[in-house]
Design a protein around this ligand. Structure first.
Ligand SMILES: Nc1ncnc2c1ncn2[C@@H]1O[C@H](COP(=O)(O)OP(=O)(O)O)[C@@H](O)[C@H]1O
Ligand SMILES: O=P(O)(O)OC[C@H](O)CO
Length: 506
């Protein structure tokens, strides 16, 4: 066992890079965070600057170390967790990215994905990858980059270019260009990875026209991947844990047994259910994904993503000016006793799971002369809960498991009204942990297990502490009425814009 007393976790998210140092009890010792630039060069396009991802991540990691008054030798291991699917391609020799990182939210390959669906490839792809054909995942983004210039494609075919999700990019930079690797969870979000045999799949590479020479080597989530060697204060720290952020949160919440579920309420909502040692291929447009691999043990998960979670609160703040800070929404919503018949379906960028309707658009319906901003705020918060309920129902239908509780994390879970409403609509208790940074904690756990900092999962379970449990208290009649009207409202907003008005080119 290592004698160092801490684990450093890097959490590279969509809007910010974070670094957190944990002690053996899983308590936060220090933390640093930095936001970085979002680029929207075209309608539906979202990009990040790979060098800014790197510099912001390195800076916060060094800051966290400094703030805790520690040195690299005090850190037993580093875990990395990241926004998933976001796609980078860079030159192996120069280290220069050939294009900006194309972010998971980016829809530029919509038409190309429509074409693939038109070729009847959906079942084949779903059975191999557990995913749907959608611009969300990496494969069509890689192809788009390679299509920009024949020189780029030629270089990729000659093995001069490397592809990676954000974890690969960071590890390559951290290890001084020594390691071009990823882990099974990130690989499982590319549409190029067979989740049954845990290998890159030749036929998928052919379909998406991606040369295999570009791909990183795939590892488990908890093993030695190299040491930091980038002329920084982190040099020498072993990198021993990697997982995509939603899988890391599932592990950080210790949803380690089949049927355990977590929901992360950030910009979007990500519900993930542990489905044990076998993937469940969904009949309800959920994703099957690798939850983690530790040693030879592989766990799978079902996942449903809601595009507008906390983002609906941002929209109310920034576009409607009803509040000046996200935290104010709770008090505003509590000014009214109920939603007053108002339903807000925030399909502002289409609908995610289980609908996957990118032609849907948002509506606020049920307005009367008596409607006020409190009702709108309440309907906005309820929309987050209704959407999560829809995903949960799909999970129950796919798995035949009704979870006993739902564990929650993410920035919006500080909102007690939101949590109580969620418990009421789901009819299961909602459990909020003391440490809300479960994503970073999950990566720390994976890293720590690899070096013996924690002996096993049983030891991790001793760290788990609940802060509050929200128990369902709504009558069945009331719940049914609300759900019925929500479902009706969703029906009104689906398939709203004509396909021809989708402005995004392939
Ligand atoms: N008190 C609150 N009530 C509801 N939503 C909130 C509250 N505080 C923050 N949020 C929402 O939580 C989101 C931020 O959570 P975070 O986990 O940091 O997101 P991400 O990791 O996706 O950037 C924002 O969308 C914000 O609007
Ligand atoms: O960075 P987050 O928390 O918005 O998570 C992004 C997800 O990994 C996208 O699949």
């Amino acid at each position: 066992m290592s004698t160092s007393k801490y684990i450093l976790s890097l959490d590279q998210g969509t809007t910010s890079s974070r670094a957190i140092i944990f002690n053996h009890q899983g308590t936060i010792v220090s933390m640093a965070q930095r936001e970085f630039t979002q680029y929207f060069p075209n309608d539906g396009w979202v990009e990040h600057d790979p060098m800014e991802i790197w510099s912001s991540q390195l800076t916060v990691a060094e800051e966290a170390l400094k703030e805790a008054n520690l040195q690299a030798s005090d850190i037993a291991a580093m875990g990395i967790t990241n926004q998933r699917e976001t796609t980078l391609v860079w030159d192996k020799e120069t280290g220069v990215p050939v294009y900006n990182a194309i972010v998971w939210q980016d829809r530029r390959t919509d038409t190309y994905c429509d074409r693939l669906r038109g070729r009847g490839l959906e079942n084949l792809i779903r059975n191999k990858t557990g995913l749907l054909i959608d611009p969300y995942f990496s494969a069509s983004k890689i192809r788009w980059i390679l299509e920009q210039d024949t020189e780029i494609r030629t270089k990729a075919e000659q093995g001069q270019l490397l592809f990676g999700t954000v974890d690969s990019w960071l590890i390559w930079k951290l290890t001084g260009k020594q390691q071009h690797v990823t882990d099974v969870t990130n690989a499982s979000r590319t549409l190029l990875f067979n989740i049954h045999d845990l290998e890159w799949d030749e036929s998928l590479l052919d379909i998406f026209e991606v040369p295999s020479q570009m791909l990183p080597k795939v590892h488990s989530c908890s093993e030695h991947l190299g040491e930091v060697n980038c002329q920084s204060s982190l040099d020498g720290i072993p990198i021993t844990g990697v997982a995509g952020d939603q899988q890391a949160a599932l592990f950080g919440q210790l949803c380690i047994r089949k049927g355990m579920v977590k929901n992360t309420y950030g910009t979007g909502c990500f519900l993930v259910m542990n489905t044990g040692d076998k993937p469940i291929i969904s009949n309800h447009k959920l994703l099957s994904t690798v939850a983690w691999k530790i040693g030879d043990q592989v766990q799978y998960a079902l996942e449903g993503s809601v595009f507008m979670g906390g983002a609906v609160v941002q929209w109310i703040r920034d576009e409607l000016d009803l509040i000046s800070d996200a935290a104010e929404i709770e008090a505003l919503a509590l000014q009214v006793a109920d939603n007053g018949g108002v339903y807000f379906v925030p399909a502002l960028t289409g609908l995610g799971a289980p609908h996957w309707d990118h032609y849907a658009r948002g509506i606020i319906i049920g307005l009367t002369r008596g409607t006020n901003k409190g009702h709108i705020a309440r309907a906005a918060l309820e929309s987050i809960c209704f959407q999560s309920l829809e995903v949960m129902k799909a999970m129950v239908a796919d798995s035949s498991i009704y979870p006993k509780v739902m564990r929650v994390d993410g920035g919006a879970v500080v909102n007690n009204l939101l949590m109580q409403t969620q418990a009421d609509l789901l009819e299961v208790p909602v459990v909020r942990p003391k440490i809300l940074e479960t994503t970073a904690l999950g990566a720390a756990y994976l890293a720590g297990l690899a070096v013996g900092f924690w002996k096993d999962i049983t030891e991790l379970e001793k760290n788990a502490q609940q802060e509050r449990i929200f128990r369902p208290s709504m009558s069945e009649e009331e719940r049914n009425k609300l759900v019925q009207l929500w479902t009706k409202a969703v029906g009104r907003c689906k398939d709203w814009i004509p396909a021809s008005s989708s402005t995004v080119k392939s």
